[in-house]
Structures are given as C-alpha cells and as structure tokens.
Design a protein around this ligand. Structure first.
Ligand SMILES: Nc1ncnc2c1ncn2[C@@H]1O[C@H](COP(=O)(O)OP(=O)(O)OP(=O)(O)O)[C@@H](O)[C@H]1O
Length: 711
C-alpha cells in the first residue's frame, strides 16, 4: 500500500478551501491509503494523470471536484510515498504544476521545490543587467563554497546574476527553500561556516550517505520542516478535521533542535527577535518533557493573564486536547502562581495594589518622614535594590551593591531610605495590602521550605521578569537537568526589571540558543522596525553583556510600512478610519486588524471614530474573548505577545513616545533616565513587530524622536 505525505504548500491552500472542496480532498486522500499503486492509476474518480510539458516528470494532478484539482508528486523510483503539494482550480493547477521542479538538496538532503520555468526566464534578464554592475551580491563566495552549502546549477546561475539584496528578494518566491535560506543568510553577511552550521547541518540527517542518491521517500523523510508523513487513515482524518496551525507540525530546524533536544544539563535559554517562534518552541518543549517524564508536573508561565489564556489554548491544540497530559501542566503567570502558593500556605493573604497606588503610598511616606527623596526615587530604590536583592533588614541594605543605580548613597542616606522602606511596608500592613513583588518574595520563601512542586518549569516572555519573580521560578523546581527552559527577547523589555540570572542560581552558559527566522512579519516590516533599535544596545536576557539582532530575518515579503505624519490629531484619526476601511475591503476580518497607541486616551478618540464609521471595535484590556468580532484596540503595553495581519500604531509624536512622565529626569538619575528611554523605545518596537503583513505608523505635529527619519 502506498503512503501519503502532505506538504506545507498544500496547507496554505487547504486552509482557504470551501467545505465541499475539503470533503473532496479528504475523499481523494483516503484512496491513497486504501488502494495499491496500480489501483490508484486505474481509478476513474481520482483520475491520476501526468501534466503536459511538466518540468518534473513525477508531477500528477488528481480530481477533487469538477472544478478543483490536487497536485501530487508521485514516486518513480520504486519508493512508495505520494506527496500532496497543492489544491487549485483546474487551469491554475495545471499551470502551477507544469512549472514546478522538486529536487533533493545535495547538502541538507531535504526535498525542495522551485519555479523552474520562472527561474529560467528571469536569470538571463538579470545577467544582462548585471554586466555593467560594479559588484555582485555573492562575489566573495566561491562556487565550491556555494555548492557545499547545497546550491545547485540552476540556482548558482541565478545567484551569480544578483547584484543586491533587492534582487534576491525578487527571486525569493522562485527558489528552492533551503537554498533560498542559505542565500538569504549569506546576503546578510553571515560567514559560510555559520550558514553551514545553522542552515545545513541542522537539517542534514546524521546518517546521510556521502553521495545524495536518495529516493523520494527518503527525501520526504528528510524534510520534517515542510512535509508531514501521514501514518494512517485515522491520523489523516484528524489532521484534516482540525483547524490547521502550521506551527504544530512544521518546525524550523532551529526550533526543533531546541525544543526536542532529549535533555539539557540545567537551565536552557532560547532568545530571538519578535516572531521567531519562541513561544512555539516553548510549547513544543512542554510536549517533549511530558513525553519524557512519567508523571512529573510542568509549570508553563508567561507575562500576562491574556497570554496565559492564549498559551493554554495553543497547548490544547498541540497535545490534541489530551486531558491526561494537559492535567500535568499549569499554565499561568508568575504572579498568579505566587499568589496561589501564598494563599495555599498562609492564613491571611493581603491584597496586592498596583503601581499607581504604590506611588501614592510612597508620596505619603516622603511627606510623613520628611525624606529628602522623591517618591519616584524611593519606589525605584525599593524595586531594584531592596526587592531586587531580597534585602530584609537595614544591615543588609547598608552593605548592598547599588549597581545600576545612577546616584551614590552614603550610610546616612541609606538609613533614611530604609526608614522609608519600613514605613512603606508598615502602611501596607496597616491597610492589609501588599504588592505583587512582595507576594513573590513570600512565595519563594514558602517554596524553599518544602519539596519543589514541579519537575520542569518553562518560562515564556522571560525578558520582563523581576528578580523576585525569578526566585519563585527557581524555587518551584529543583536545580538539575531540564529544570528551567527559558524563552525571551531582551529587545522587547518594556517593564523596568534588571536581572542577573547567574546571581539567582540560574546559569544557562553553554545552553543558550538563538532563533533567527521571523515567521510573523514581512522582511519590510522587520527591517523598518529593527531600525528603531539601531541607536541603542540592550542587555542580554541573563543580564551580562549585550544582545543583538544580527542575522534576524524574515523569508516573507510584502508592502513597505506606511510612515506618515499629519497636521492634527483629527486628520490622523480620519486617516486611520480610511485605512481600516481599505483593509476590510481587501478582505481582512476586523479581528485581524490591531490599532495601538501609547495611551488609552488616544485610543478613545480612535474608537469613537471607528464606531461612528460603523466598524466593530473591541478594546483589549486583559483577557479578550477571541470569538468577539471587532478591530482590536490596545495600548502598546497590551500588544505584548499578540499579532495581527495589519497594525496601525497611532500617536507616535514627540511628547507621547517617549512619554515624558515615564522618564526619570537625567539630573535625578542618569542611568535610570537612559533605562527609561530604552524601555519606551523597545515599547514602540514591540508595537510595530506585532504586524504580519501591513504596518502603519502615524503621528500628528512633530514626530517621535525615535522614528528613523526624524533622527
Ligand atoms: N514553525 C513554524 N511554522 C509556522 N508558523 C510558525 C512557526 N513558528 C512560529 N510560527 C508562527 O509565527 C508567529 C510568531 O511565533 P511566536 O509567537 O512563537 O513567536 P515569538 O518569538 O514568541 O514572538 P514574540 O517574541 O514577538 O512574542 C506565530 O503566528 C506562530 O504561529
């Protein structure tokens, strides 16, 4: 009996098909699992036929309905796997199929597809144009090196005709996948050796024979990042029935490598720019760990309740809603987990208050004690030094390092600060209140007294966690192999936390990995957004040294971001309404459009005008009911972790981004001033990188100094 495999290109089309066509696909696919090759060839309903003038002699079409055809790659080498690659209307199917050539990459040994006809047509045109160019894109790389990286004759000729990255982009949809990625990395300036390690070696099977003579079935087995082999009729039914999510099945080799490594000797860390699939890697790690340890429990944390709800849903999908497995995973925020620990083990649980209320309390402290500090200074000192180092008494505060704080404090001043801290905590006690970080400190203490409740802890959105929160996580699992799996992006730090993971007993040295391919946004959106961070450097996730976005790229292409200033707020809002209307007319659903601004106030005006135009709107504050239709309106902070097909970032004006009240004056503390500015810059970066296909950034009056063209 032949076997069946489904290529990712098939899913891209399947997802958009109407129900009867999908039913046709299922019926046709079932035949591949029930008939012999001879029976398939003879079946009248299936009508497996070759395509005239096809570049690939193995290409066949099959009948799905009167109007729709499937495109299949049929083995001609005695192997037994049929690969379904596309479903298209009749004429399109034949035209598409005739141009495609499937081949085995000589380096990775994976199956790739190219538009061989278009490549043949385009290359001579570029060759002619390139004759007068002073430099070619890959001039420094020898043919031999390119061949070692898997570049074959046709692609080599095309590559030699390119003079710049824009031309590579023009070719990108035509090129075989692995070869295209190799060229993208080389064009970014990566060393061929690094490219071999990151793109080729991770895909190439360990037991690949020296000469690539693989049959189609082996090439398919070597391509898990793009092809799914179906094991039986039930599995076929299951995967065709469920809403399709590519991330469940097709992992980039770099994602697979980190998520499915059998075991790590201790805490492991995965970083990467926005949209590189860190959350996806974290979820797959949970799946892997569940499969490994018999009955150990797993804690999966993220930053907000809304993100936790999203993670829970995704995990259900990944684990096929297997109740037994899901029952072993707690998906929550660190704060919520810390609260549950405190609630379960102590009689009285004070109520945590927010930042604003804490600020008012600090103002009271300053007034009551006549302290020579601002409330803001004390709040920061408490957060970064006292809670950051878990200082419990005056003596430890007197001896503590205040690294990262921009003003010196002698012993007398420290005593004054400490009197303020004691008064602040007394006021909280009197009011039966606390703060989230104090709850975390208490939870870490309680956890340290008993056996660690979890076998593994997986942490997503790790970049914003405060040391007090890290202590909870550290105490929730015993130090040892596979204790912590941490994903995060230091470029997306939007809260004021400074951490040195090493000092908290979390050392990831030798177990740090980076994801570089963005799956969310187009290269145009990424390149523009990344410029926002060009003038600054950010600290690594673990707090030592600096991180970078080097080699961060997207394989998707689309429109350039619209970056536009308006004379007045009214004009800017009117333009937003027009833009949303156009996006809806282009076929986007309202919930696929995100609108964000620095303040809720700016969103109020947008909401009013959108509603007046008859456009459904939903404010994102905490949890959002995914079923409710409406354009999503969120502050930049609430955009964290989300994504939309189109994003409009409003009000990116001077005086709003950065928000002056959120910035400590340079005179008060130069280091904190810089840190605050950086945070605001990262916030804009986070907002812009939520966009998949379309990004617009607007302002009224004077643009924000963070915008590249204003620099
Ligand atoms: N292997 C994959 N195949 C297809 N889609 C993927 C894959 N990995 C990630 N994605 C998609 O890319 C998008 C971004 O993934 P994810 O949210 O995991 O990235 P992230 O690195 O956590 O992003 P951020 O840091 O910006 O929150 C999601 O839509 C996800 O479904």
């Amino acid at each position: 009996m032949p076997r069946l495999a489904l290529a990712q290109s098939f899913w891209d089309s399947y997802d958009t098909l109407e129900k009867p066509v999908r039913a046709g696909v299922r019926k046709a696919m079932a035949k591949f699992q029930a008939m012999s090759v001879a029976e398939l060839n003879a079946d009248k309903g299936l009508h497996l036929e070759s395509v005239e003038n096809a570049r690939d002699r193995r290409i066949r079409t099959i009948r799905i309905t009167d109007f729709w055809r499937g495109v299949v790659l049929a083995p001609d080498d005695g192997s037994d796997v049929f690969l379904l690659v596309n479903v298209l209307p009749h004429d399109d199917a034949y035209a598409w199929a005739a141009k495609r050539l499937y081949s085995t990459n000589t380096a990775t040994r994976a199956l790739e597809v190219r538009d061989a006809v278009a490549l043949d047509e385009l290359t001579p045109v570029y060759e002619t144009a390139a004759r007068t160019a002073s430099r070619r894109l890959f001039a420094d790389i020898s043919d031999g090196t390119l061949r070692e990286l898997g570049i074959d004759d046709q692609v080599l000729r095309a590559a030699r005709s390119m003079v710049d990255k824009a031309q590579l982009e023009a070719f990108s949809a035509l090129l075989p996948e692995d070869q295209r990625e190799v060229l993208e990395y080389l064009a970014e300036g990566f060393d061929p050796e690094d490219v071999y390690r990151d793109v080729v070696a991770v895909r190439r099977p360990a037991d690949a024979p020296a000469e690539p003579v693989e049959d189609l079935a082996t090439a398919i087995a070597n391509t898990p990042a793009r092809i799914r082999l179906v094991t039986g009729p039930q599995e076929l039914e299951d995967i065709l029935e469920k809403p399709f999510a590519a991330w469940r099945i097709f992992l980039h080799p770099s994602q697979r490598r980190v998520a499915y490594r059998t075991s790590y000797g201790g805490p492991a860390q995965v970083t990467g720019g926005p949209g590189t699939g860190k959350t996806v890697a974290a979820l797959h790690r949970v799946k892997h760990l569940l499969g490994r340890s018999g009955d150990g429990r797993i804690l999966l944390t993220t930053y907000t309740n809304a993100l936790a709800a999203g993670l829970r849903e995704m995990l259900g999908l990944l684990l096929d809603e297997d109740e037994k497995l899901l029952a072993r995973v707690d998906v929550t925020t660190v704060d919520a987990y810390a609260h549950s620990v405190v609630r379960a083990r102590s009689a009285n649980t004070p109520k945590p208050i927010g930042d604003r209320e804490q600020q008012l309390l600090w103002e009271k402290v300053v007034k009551q004690l006549g302290l020579p500090f601002t409330a803001q200074f004390l709040a920061q000192e408490y957060r970064h030094v006292v809670l950051g180092q878990d200082l419990r008494d005056l003596d430890s505060y007197l001896g503590a390092s205040r690294r990262g704080r921009g003003t010196g404090l002698g012993p007398a001043r420290r005593r004054e600060v400490w009197s303020g801290v004691e008064r602040f905590e007394q006021l909280l006690r009197d009011r039966k209140e606390t703060t989230h970080l104090r709850v975390c400190a208490r939870a870490a203490e309680l956890l340290a007294d008993g056996p660690a409740p979890y076998a593994h802890v997986v942490v997503d959105e790790a970049q914003d966690l405060h040391p007090a929160q890290w202590r909870v996580l550290r105490a929730a699992v015993s130090p040892g192999p596979d204790d912590l799996f941490i994903t995060g992006d230091p470029h997306q730090r939007i809260y004021d936390s400074r951490v040195s993971l090493g000092s908290l007993g979390i050392t990831t040295a030798g177990r740090s990995f980076r994801l570089r391919v963005n799956y969310r946004s187009t290269e145009e959106i990424l390149a523009w957004s990344t410029q926002l961070l060009a003038p600054v450097t950010v600290d690594t996730l673990e707090g030592e040294g600096t991180d970078s976005l080097a080699g961060y790229l997207s394989l998707l292409h689309g429109r350039r971001p619209q970056v536009q200033g308006y004379a007045t707020r009214q004009e800017e809002t009117k333009a937003l309404v027009d833009r949303v209307r156009t996006l809806l007319a282009e076929g986007l659903a309202p919930h696929e459009i995100g609108v964000c601004a620095r303040f809720n106030l700016s969103l109020d005006a947008a909401e009013e005008k959108l509603r007046a135009a008859g456009i459904p709107v939903l404010r994102v504050k905490g949890q959002v009911d995914q079923g409710t239709e409406g354009v999503r309106l969120a502050t930049m902070h609430a955009m964290k972790g989300l994504e939309f097909r189109a994003v409009s970032v409003l009000g990116v004006s001077e005086g709003a981004v950065p928000f002056p009240r959120g910035i400590t004056p340079r005179e008060a503390d130069p280091l904190q001033h810089e840190a605050d500015l950086l945070r605001e810059r990262c916030l804009l970066f986070v907002a812009c990188t939520r966009a998949r296909e379309a990004l617009s950034v607007t302002w009224s009056g004077t643009p924000s100094p963070f915008l590249p063209q204003a620099a």
